[in-house]
Ligand binder design. Sequence first.
Ligand SMILES: [Zn+2]
Length: 290
Amino acid sequence: MYFNPIKKTGPAHTSVHSVSGGKSFKPSVPSGTPKKPETSSNVSKRPAPAPAHRPHPGGTPHFRPRIPRKWLRFLGVISITLVVSFSGYGITSVIAPELLSHAASTTMASIPESNLVLAPVLVQAPQWVTEDFLTPNAYSRPQTPLVRVNAIVVHYVGNPNTTAQSNRNYFEQLATTQDAYASSHFVVGLEGEVIQCIPLNEIAYCSNDRNSDTVSIECCHPDASGEFNTMTYDSLVRLTAWLCQTYQLDPLTDVIRHYDVTGKACPLYYVENPDAWESFLRDVNNAVSQ
Ligand SMILES: [Zn+2]
């Protein structure tokens, strides 16, 4: 049983397995669009550049210009202004697009390949698993990608004699009640039925710090001891064995209890009876070996 420190009120069922890390990361989206480089259309009103000045090779002009000196100074200033403007036009209209394209290629090249998160492969559960996925929502199905699976985490629902469907529905209504962050990939019921609540390429809010690299299984139980009945147990062995085969995990080391993540007494009976847990792991191992 696990008490969730972030839940707002007491949940309908007591086995709330909290989120680690809170809400999912949202990548920032750049606002606005890059400014368009200056084009010939919006500089067409500029006056044409002045013709280049050719000094007389002899140093002394053949004639004295009749244009007054102050007019010559004025023309000189105009010429310099035009040259500077023309240079500016060149930088913005010709070089700027290259800079833009360089910036774009730099942005792509600066992301290390190891940081590119590829879409995880969607693993389909066997036919004896009933798919009843939760509606995407921030409280029980955040749709955060589950990129790798390093372990399977087993839980108990902590609410004796409840069905797999009712526990699945509890996760579903968290979208509305917003009472807690909680969910599980699978719920194994009292008659051995298995309901899948979360696709295997998304995380569930079940195992705290290990949400990001594990698949979670909640198990129903008939009484407060938390011991699984035979139908639940056998179905759990079959499901766990299938997951170990699918993700190439070692049942003896890669199948863990919620207790092994946080120290919580979950699944209660298999924390209080370590021999029963060891026996379960051997049963899974035998099922994988067959
Ligand atoms: Zn748990």
